[in-house]
Write a protein that binds this ligand. Structure first.
Ligand code: PEP
Ligand code: MG
Length: 750
């Protein structure tokens, strides 16, 4: 190859020899030794070395031709340290004629490398998974040619492919088997809860079994055929009328089409085949490049496009290998869904078959999170690396309290987890025994416990949970899971079924709460600098009254002779509530004129989710039939701490004295006007928080069905006056949060 006369055939010859060498039976270390010898020979360079990761931060010299053999398995460097460490950190090659003159160069005396001036290092990586660094060095002060760089990159990729297939595992080898180690990943909690089960990849990994091209012409023909089929399928998707002309989905498809027709993409893949890679490996090479760039570009638009290219490459790989579209594949028992991201419709189609969900991306307010919450399935988002690491069937534990995922856990971790789940199940049994009794506190009031819901499928939990009714029915899910605005009769039928299922118990329907992160698929996306403070919920509703009126009509029709409770989200001032209320009255009059049956009783309430509403004129409290504190939003605005931002969302305690005092103020204002008040944010479902809110005067709490048992259990054993004394004492003492005092008191109570 060093002659440079025919770089393609040189590269093919190198890969051919590599293939033959790897086909011979040998243990891992022996194979690594052969590989470095062979590369040095073919590239006519005195030194070739392989450095592999010992742990995510440390690289180790694992095989060398040319450096001192004693240094093997001794020389180590940190990620980012020296030229090798820099190649690993940036996942980019370094090619220099004067290695000692390079910034960051570190001389390793035990290797004897001081006499080598030229250095070429490339990452050994596959699809974002980094295994190490492949290096060649020589004495003359000359940079390696582009052809040599290309050849070394191709070899490094093949090494990564072969590592994936287990080629370097065994006696004395530095490379542990891939996808067999225990891995702990930290993410963000999207829905609380614990789950254990077997990984089920939404899009299974494609395994490339042969990275070498035996016949370049045949591989090129296979690639072209697959790309043709890919183009046809993208065109078909684009012709599908469900993908609205200005929808996000369409934008993605347009990007797919652009890439599928990109000459540069095709040319690079054909070039890789000409150099000896199989069609699949050529696609993966491009995918690896895209992933490396993805990590480096800060621009959100470009990142999305690179992501599209990644998706498209996966489709192409599936076309080439026929993997991933096996319809007969059996989902394991207790599946934990693993995906990069997933749409609400797809998630709903899995429904309650899932034990848990782990996503590589996502946000707390995303549609997938909304669905997971509605289905009460533990969800971890932002678990970086999960798609790369997990294989179908791997054991996986989801700790939705801490936001931790254990993949292929050690037995002691799995056992501790099983014990935890068994304890939770026991507790649930205990709670079942108090299902029918009220949450009456010791010598004190009874607290009404309601459940939050968002799907018909939630309603069967009503009776077993012991909830008195549905304190919050989030109506946005029906809007999120469709590609079009739902029709009025569809909605009316659905709301009617919800009321049927509630069997006479009160259901509070919250009108559409969209905007912020909950953007409807068919709604034109407006870029907002700060969506949580933007055009959302009742603001959208009042500015675009068409959908609002349709939803109100559907609710009135669904009630038909039964009582109806409607609640407006995100009200910030009096006139918004009055306008919403007037719209309900208009629709009632209209329905009456049309001769339709009206609800037997109509209650119109507001969610108190912005601090401003707590200070609104008395008239607001007089005109609202009821008020429900949306603690998730209220807390984020009270502390100016984004509920979706992991860095700050747990920073402020819900039992912070300022917040409790603010809640007390809301209780007083409602007492002044006799306005029924409830609390329906997530905090209502946390026993200690629920107890303190009750002590501050809340008499109705609405929460996830699974929280009702634990909250009731604690309330029934609590004397609220004593809790109040503890809170007041802590407040008086200048504490920042009442939690330490309350926990101390609880401990003293046993
Ligand atoms: C809240 O904000 O507390 C609430 C219940 O509404 P959501 O979580 O749907 O915003
Ligand atoms: Mg809210």
């Amino acid at each position: 190859m060093a002659d440079g006369s025919n770089s393609e055939s040189g590269s093919r010859r190198l890969l051919g020899r590599l293939k033959a060498a790897l086909a011979e039976p040998a243990e891992g270390q022996e194979r690594l030794d052969r590989v470095v010898r062979l590369i040095a020979e073919e590239m006519e360079t005195p030194v070739c070395s392989i450095y592999l990761f010992r742990d995510p931060e440390t690289l180790e010299l694992c095989a060398t031709e040319g450096l001192k053999p004693e240094a093997v398995h001794k020389t180590r460097m940190r990620l980012g340290e020296g030229l090798v460490g820099r190649v690993a950190r940036k996942a980019q090659p370094i090619n220099t004629a004067d290695a000692p003159g390079e910034p960051g160069f570190r001389y390793m005396p035990e290797t004897g490398e001081e006499i080598y001036s030229a250095f070429l290092g490339v990452p050994i990586q596959r699809l974002g998974e980094r295994l190490g660094v492949l290096v060649v060095q020589s004495k003359e002060a000359r940079a390696y040619s582009d052809d040599e760089l290309y050849a070394l990159e191709v070899v490094a990729m093949v090494l990564a492919e072969m590592a994936e297939l287990g080629a370097f595992v065994g006696e004395g080898a530095a490379l542990k088997p891939l996808h067999q180690q225990a891995v702990l990943l930290r993410g963000t909690v999207g829905q609380e809860g614990t789950a254990m089960g077997a990984a089920w990849l939404h899009e299974p990994r494609v395994i490339v079994t042969n990275p070498f091209a035996d016949d370049s012409a045949a591989e090129t023909a296979r690639l072209r055929d697959a790309v043709d089929r890919l183009r046809v399928s993208v065109d078909e998707m684009l012709g599908d009328p469900r993908h609205a002309p200005d929808g996000d989905h369409r934008q993605v498809l347009e990007a797919y089409r652009m890439f599928a027709n990109s000459k540069g993409w095709m040319r690079r893949m054909e070039e890789s085949i000409a150099r000896g890679l199989s069609a699949e490996a050529a696609v993966e090479r491009e995918q690896t490049r895209a992933r490396t760039r993805l990590e480096q570009v800060p621009d959100a638009y470009l990142r999305e496009r690179l992501q599209d290219l990644d998706d498209l490459s996966n489709r192409l790989l599936r076309l080439l290998t026929g993997q991933g579209d096996e319809t007969g594949a059996e989902m394991p028992d207790s599946p934990i869904l693993v995906a990069r991201n997933i749409g609400p419709g797809e998630l709903l189609s899995y429904g309650r078959t899932l034990n848990g969900i782990v996503l590589e991306e996502g946000s707390v307010g995303s549609h997938a999170a909304v669905v997971a919450r509605a289905l009460a399935i533990p969800l971890i988002i932002n678990a970086r690396g999960i798609v790369q690491e997990a294989l179908n069937g791997d054991q996986i534990l989801v700790d939705g309290e801490q936001g931790i995922v254990h993949l292929r856990p050690e037995e002691n971790v799995a056992k501790a987890f099983r014990d935890k789940i068994a304890m939770q199940a026991k507790a649930q049994e205990r709670y079942a025994s108090i299902r029918k009794v009220p949450a009456t506190t010791v010598y004190g009031p009874t607290i009404a416990l309601h459940m939050n819901a968002g799907l018909i499928a939630d309603l069967p939990s009503l009776k077993p949970s012991g909830a008195e009714g549905v304190g919050l029915f989030r109506t946005e899910l029906q809007f999120l899971i469709r590609n079009h605005v739902p029709r009025r009769d569809e909605l009316a039928a659905l709301y009617s079924r919800v009321m049927d299922a509630a069997d006479g118990r009160r259901v509070v329907f919250r009108t559409l709460d969209i905007g912020s992160d909950k953007v409807l698929p068919y709604m034109k996306r407006e870029h907002e600098p700060n969506p949580a403070l933007g055009w959302r919920a009742i603001r959208v509703f009042l500015d675009r009254p068409g959908v609002m009126r349709m939803q109100l009509q559907a609710l009135i029709r669904a009630a038909a002779g039964r009582p109806l409770a409607i609640m407006f989200p995100f009200v910030a001032q009096l006139d918004e509530f009055l306008a919403g209320r007037a719209a309900v009255h208009d629709e009632l009059e209209r329905e009456e004129r049309l001769g339709r049956p009206l609800p037997s009783k109509v209650e119109i309430g507001a969610m108190l989710e912005t601090p401003s509403l707590a200070f609104s004129p008395r008239r607001f409290f007089e005109s609202a039939d009821f008020i429900s504190v949306g603690g998730n939003d209220l807390k984020q605005f009270f502390f100016a701490a984004d509920r979706e931002n992991e860095r700050v969302r747990r920073r402020y305690d819900s039992l912070n004295v300022s917040y409790l005092t603010f809640l007390e103020w809301i209780v007083q204002r409602c007492e002044d006007t006799g306005t029924p008040l409830s609390f329906c944010g997530e905090d209502a479902g946390r026993p200690v928080e629920a107890m303190c809110f009750a002590a501050m005067g809340f008499r109705t709490l609405s929460m996830r069905p699974a929280s009702i048992g634990p909250v009731k259990h604690l309330l029934r054993r609590t004397n609220l006056s004593e809790v109040r004394e503890v809170i007041d004492e802590a407040r008086g003492s200048g504490a920042q949060s009442v939690r330490p005092a309350v926990m101390e008191w609880l401990r003293a109570q046993g």
